[in-house]
Design a protein around this ligand. Sequence first.
Ligand code: ASP
Length: 331
Amino acid sequence: MLRRSLLAVLSLPLFAALSLPGANPAQAQTDYPTRAITIVVPFAAGGPTDTVTRLVAESMSRDLGQSVVVENVGGAGGTLGAARVAQARPDGYTLLLHHIGMGTTPSLYRRLSYDAVGGFAPVGLVTEVPMTIITRKNIPANNLQELVVLIRKEREKLNYANAGIGAASHLCGLLFQKAMDAPMTTVPYRGTAPAMTDLIGGTVDVMCDQTTNTTEQIRAGAVKVFAVTTPQRLASLPDVPTTAEAGLPGMEVTIWHALYAPKGTPEAIVNRLSRALQVALKDEKLVQRFTDLGTDPVAQERATPEAASKFWQADILKWRPVIEAAGQYAD
Ligand code: ASP
């Protein structure tokens, strides 16, 4: 009840601030695009957000008839890349592909150089991705229960890698540490690609990351996996138990990605991008690769500005009371 009324109160200014595309249809360019488009990934190259974006960019470029270039602007939990796009010209040539951090940043960061809610025009949702709890391969634990015991006992020695405050790996880590009741020392990276390199090298110990980054390393035996964070097991990793099966019921988290343009981008351009995104998400090669990595592209009707906007608003509202109750902010 309290939670419901809190959400209702919080929703008013927030929804007013969120922008839908098309402030000025007169600006719409029907010949768009006439040159290369850049999609900013707010994390390091080679990581999960980067992997998703490169597949989407390749397919979108075919539909749009122009190159779609990926630029990695990692750091500060994704806020550096997001700032770059919020402050770019709203002409459809600089876009952002970001994850759940768009839902948490507005509450986690109180002093940003850009408007984390009103600075963007959502183009469409892209995918939902499960997370996996993984460790360096030689950790002396063989299931999640043993890992929890080990972390509780040796948490001064064991550390947790993440991609900065507000990143998916950070949120999953918070849930994991809360479920274990054992806070760990965290080591922040510009993305989970470099974190994975260090996990494989054994210089960090524990991580929770998207299957788009972990599936191949798990299959290769380069890291040890303990659980997937979804209610059901994954077809791509059928032997890996869910968090509930492994002994941490309630520790569930799925990461979502969406594509954004800067606020003020003409409606015709946002809609053209949304159509190209919908085509990309049906591309056989993309679907196959997503499936291999344990994720699914969203259904066509969710790859739209309206669906993305609604989902994003709901996610901001979902995380705000959680973050406020925890009282842990990034600044
Ligand atoms: N998986 C990262 C995260 O924790 C982001 C990335 O590197 O794509 O949010």
